[in-house]
Ligand binder design. Sequence first.
Ligand SMILES: [Zn+2]
Length: 345
Amino acid sequence: MPFRDVIGQERAIRFLHRALMTGRVAHAYLFSGPAGVGKRAAALAFAQALNCDMKQRSVDSCQLTAAQDGCGVCRACRNIANGLHPDVQVIEPDGATVKIEQIRTLEADAALVPYEAQWKVFILNSAERMTEQAANALLKTLEEPARGTMFILLTGTVSALLPTIVSRCQIVTFSPLPHGQIEALLREKGMESSRARLIALLSRGSIERAFCPEVASLPATRDLLLEGVGRGLQDGPAALVELAEKLAKDREKLQQQLEILSAWLRDLMVAKASGRTDWLVNDDRGEAITRQAEGVPLDAILDGLRAVHAAMDNLVRNANPRLSTEDLLLRLREALPSGLLAVSI
Ligand SMILES: [Zn+2]
């Protein structure tokens, strides 16, 4: 997909456009940002803009119009989009890591002239998962880049990469998409609005998450979670420790569960403060929320919300998920009236 089809990320794309327009294209880029926000799509679009047949034709005929974007329809653009272009490769981790053999193969390939394109582009996904040997090998390649060769490293965590690699790359930052933009997209695809609002909020700014097939079961996941946490908060500390262990097993899922709790408590606050149900994220559960909000003071909801947000911060800071979840559940137990969340979900 060309740049014009990449959703959001205007700042990152403007930066890449400028490089194309001025002809000052670097040999190595580091696209940094959370998963599922368009880094890979933008990298492929960049490769298209560099290698689009239409652009080459206009250069050949001395019309030096800089291609800001691939046409998306010529053979080169289509092959790049479909992963069939011999000069544009996407390298994925082999199992848990990107291995030195993969970097060696890439190195050997990078030393050859392009088959048919102007630029050979190597897109390295999850670059932070390179082994130390792989990273050192790549560093050597980055130190002496061959003409017409470009590396685009994609990562969610710049800090996990060797500083020497980072310093050789132009960093382009990708941000989570605003909830409103994702909600609008889901609605454009025909999703009804309350569901679109809930999913947009729970997707944490990631298009990929918003459109993944599991999204269909989100309301059921939410109901199960609230019931489980509600019941857990009524039980003793031993049960809470067990519940924390269960919730924290999968880090990615835990983040989603914290978003669900945060959205629910936020709704309790809205219902408590305004008495309105049309402003709720979970407006399919307006009745339950109104009933729960009646039985809990505003301060208690705020304390609960603070506890959830503290747990989210902890996860971002790479804290132990199980301990953070235990701490969260204990705080919720202290803040919220017994059995609150378990009430008639
Ligand atoms: Zn094209």
